[in-house]
Design a binder for this molecule. Sequence first.
Ligand code: HEM
Length: 244
Amino acid sequence: MPGKLSAWPARVDVLQSLSGLLLVLFVWAHMFFESSILLGEDAMYRVTKMFEGEPLFGKPYPLLVSAVGIAVLTLVVVHAVLALRKFPGSSRQYGQLRQHMGALRHPDTTLWYVQCVTGFLLFFLVSVHLYTVITQPGNIGPYASADRIWSERFWIVYALLLVTVHLHAAIGVYRLAMKWYPPTGANPRAHRRRRKRAMWCILAFFLTLGCASLLTYMYLGYQHADRAGERYQPGTTVLATEED
Ligand code: HEM
């Protein structure tokens, strides 16, 4: 019918926001599980076995981890495909965007640009990580992860992934809040300032947690380098074995 507006652009927008929110919630929860290494090798070992279903089935099923990896990868692909329609599509559009940003000097427009750049980088960085998780689900644990991070030099990918994903997630949540729950009332500017402060605090928190656990994996991997490939046995630590 002429003149009738399609509801699809709105539906796709909701789907993009929803897939983004689910991914952010996953990544934030993942950071808490993965940083269990800060509580010691045993704590991380138990978390790993929990995700392999051992408490439920009596023995570990690493394929459960692959299944989670495939589900997350599917969500990443859906989110990225939906987001692609908002990327500058040609060098002309890209030039216009840069010109627009320079003229406006509006901090939220700059945040949107950071969102585009980090989103682009994430597609590569997340793929490397998820490929490892999906194809080697049994190779996750205090020593297996520490060996990968130190002896296989995965710390380089993880350091880049850490900064990129948390910038993308924190800015994403701020933008979601501004889009679906815009500040109203007497002083919307003050609201915006408070939300932005919350965004920086969340970012600082996850970067600190992520750096602390990455450094711990690196240290553990360094200590374990001469026995790389050996798996963790509950109740033992690298340091205890060295003292023996
Ligand atoms: C959007 C998807 C994902 C992102 C952005 C992501 C991000 C990250 C980051 C940044 C690190 C390094 C953390 C640090 O600095 O301490 C990491 C490590 C880790 N991630 Fe993920 N992750 C994702 C999906 C998954 C999935 C689906 C699993 C498992 C089912 C997983 C399991 C792990 C494990 C076990 C580590 C520790 C290092 C290792 O064993 O390789 N991640 N992840």
